[in-house]
Design a protein around this ligand. Structure first.
Ligand code: BGC
Length: 252
């Protein structure tokens, strides 16, 4: 039987967040605990912080399925890229490393894929037929491609090369902050990005996640696309929800 409660942990460049999730509704059943990501983002340090976080989150609930999401390509439990994290993650058997340190089976997944899965189960992509493309606008750009609710993992469309540039360096929310871009200037870059995605994938729906999507009214109306584009429902908790739901679906 699939578990109805699980723990999701979302590892990011600045923070590691976790909570207990009710998988029938997508609601958090515990406080969301957040610890700063150790400087340098090295695997051993992140594993240690994750262990501390899991001890706190699981204190009152005992053993539950645990899912962990991370900003890298994840293939057969191995992290295969490192765009905004330490290069020590490339080629690492991350799932096995966490399982050993936490002493339990875990499910390890890309952070944007976790967010996309969360939206398909509990959010804006729920019950949506056809091709849905979720992008998270944060330090980088994450992507999750769903077709009739089925996830195609590791699409990494934040690194799409446009005008000879890895486009997350131009259009991620971090670029807006770093270059102090107005919403209008940033939207010009987003326009280029989403029209390229539209041309390549002809999606039925775009969903925009990441913390900045709570300010969607400042930039989504500035975009001129054939495809409907809407904010994610879960934003900052999407990684936690998706990692938890995938852990319950694919128990270790
Ligand atoms: C990484 C992706 C990740 C995204 C969002 C990108 O730089 O390559 O794996 O999903 O950032 O964190």
């Amino acid at each position: 039987m699939t578990a109805t409660t699980a723990i999701g942990i979302d590892i990011g460049g600045t923070g590691i967040k976790g909570a207990v999730v009710d998988l029938s509704t997508g609601a958090l059943l515990s406080e969301r605990v957040k610890l700063p990501t150790p400087k340098g983002g090295r695997p051993q340090d992140i594993v240690e912080t994750t262990r501390t976080l899991l001890d706190t989150v699981s204190k009152d609930v005992g053993e539950l399925p645990v899912g962990v999401c991370f900003p890298a390509v994840v293939k057969n439990g191995h992290t295969m890229s490192a765009a905004n994290v330490s290069s020590k993650w490339i080629g690492l058997a991350a799932e096995a490393l966490f399982e050993k340190a936490l002493n339990l089976p875990i499910h390890f997944v890309n952070d944007a894929d976790a967010a996309g899965y969360a939206e398909s189960q509990f959010g804006a992509a729920r019950g949506v037929a056809g091709v849905v493309l979720l992008t998270t606008l944060g330090t980088g750009i994450g992507s999750a491609l769903l077709n009739d609710g089925v996830l195609v993992p590791n699409t990494e469309l934040g690194h799409l090369e446009i005008d000879g540039q890895d486009y997350e360096t131009r259009a991620a929310y971090s670029a807006k902050e770093r270059e102090d871009l107005s919403w209008e200037k940033w939207a010009t870059r987003l326009q280029k990005y989403y029209s390229t995605l539209e041309r390549l994938f002809s999606p039925d729906l775009f969903i925009v996640g990441g913390g900045v999507s709570k300010h969607h009214e400042n930039f989504l109306p500035l975009l001129n696309l054939r495809t409907r584009i809407i904010p994610a429902v879960h934003r900052n908790n999407a990684g936690i929800l998706g990692a938890a739901a995938l852990a319950a679906r694919f128990p270790g």
